[in-house]
Ligand binder design. Structure first.
Ligand code: URA
Length: 237
C-alpha cells in the first residue's frame, strides 16, 4: 500500500465515516508510530507505519472478503431504495465503503454469495475464461433426464447466445426433480433460462459452491462472516 490520508485509511477499515474518523484524529485518539497525529489529511502507509486508535493497533486490510448465506427476498445489489440488499444484512463490523456482491444471485435464489471490495478478484471469479465453476442445486417442476444432461454438456442455445457446456448431475434417487448443475458463466437468470429451454421450471435455486469453496453449512440464511485467505484461494484452486 502506498501513502494515503489517515482519515481515508481508517474509514476504509469500517471504523467510521470519513467525518467520524476525522473527529477521532482531531481529538488525538490516533497515533502513527506512537506519535499523536491530529490532522486527518496527514499521510501514512499502513505497510510501513503502525497506526493505533486509543492505543490499540489498527490491523489494516487492503481488501475484505465476506461469505454470505443469501436468503430469499433480498437483492444482490449494493443499494436499492425499494428492497433490502445483501449489504443491508451485513453486521456493523463487516461494513465498509466499496463493498459489492461479486456475482449476483436472483432475488429468490439463496446460498453462497461473496461480498468484497476487491474488483480484480471479483473479475477473476466471474470471468468464464477463468473456469471457476459455480455449483447450484435446483428444484424443478419436472424431473430432469439423460437428454437434459447431454443438452447441458453440449451447450444450451438460448435466444441471445449459446451457453458454454455445463455439467448437469442427476440424483441417484427415483425422484429426479432435485438436481445439481455446474456452470462457469453467470449471465442473467442463466440457470433458470437453461432449464426453461428444456421445458422445465426452476422452483428453487441455491448456490452451494464456487470453485472448491463450499458454502459454510454453519452459516444460517442471512448471516455473513469474513473469509480466510485459504478460503479465498479455494475459489481459484
Ligand atoms: N442462475 C439463475 O438463473 N439465477 C441465479 O440467481 C443464479 C444463476
Amino acid at each position: 500500500m502506498a501513502q494515503e490520508r489517515l482519515d481515508k485509511i481508517l474509514a476504509s477499515q469500517g471504523i467510521g465515516s470519513r467525518k467520524e474518523v476525522g473527529q477521532m484524529i482531531r481529538r488525538g485518539r490516533v497515533t502513527v508510530d506512537g506519535k499523536p497525529v491530529c490532522r486527518p489529511e496527514s499521510k501514512a502507509d499502513p505497510e510501513e507505519n503502525e497506526i493505533s486508535l486509543d492505543g490499540k493497533p489498527v490491523i489494516v486490510k487492503k481488501y475484505l472478503y465476506i461469505m454470505m448465506n443469501k436468503p430469499a427476498g433480498v437483492l444482490s445489489a449494493s443499494r436499492d431504495n425499494r428492497a433490502p440488499t445483501v449489504l443491508d444484512l451485513l453486521p456493523p463490523e463487516l461494513r465498509r465503503a466499496g463493498l459489492f456482491p461479486a456475482g449476483r444471485l436472483d432475488k429468490d435464489t439463496t446460498g453462497l454469495l461473496i461480498i468484497t471490495d476487491d474488483g480484480d478478484m471479483a473479475h477473476r471469479m466471474l470471468s468464464p475464461k477463468k473456469h471457476v465453476y459455480k455449483l447450484y442445486e435446483a428444484r424443478l417442476d419436472t424431473p430432469a433426464n439423460e437428454e437434459d444432461v447431454q443438452a447441458f454438456a453440449a451447450g444450451i442455445p438460448l435466444k441471445d447466445f449459446v451457453c458454454l457446456p455445463a455439467r448437469l448431475e442427476l440424483p441417484q434417487e427415483e425422484n429426479k426433480s432435485i438436481v445439481r448443475v455446474e456452470v462457469r458463466e453467470g449471465k442473467f437468470h442463466q440457470v433458470k433460462r437453461m432449464f426453461a429451454a428444456r421445458g422445465k421450471n426452476v422452483i428453487e435455486l441455491r448456490r452451494l459452491r464456487m470453485g472448491k469453496l463450499w458454502l459454510d453449512s454453519n452459516l444460517q440464511p442471512g448471516k455473513a462472516r469474513e473469509m480466510t485467505q485459504e478460503e479465498v484461494a479455494l475459489i481459484f484452486s
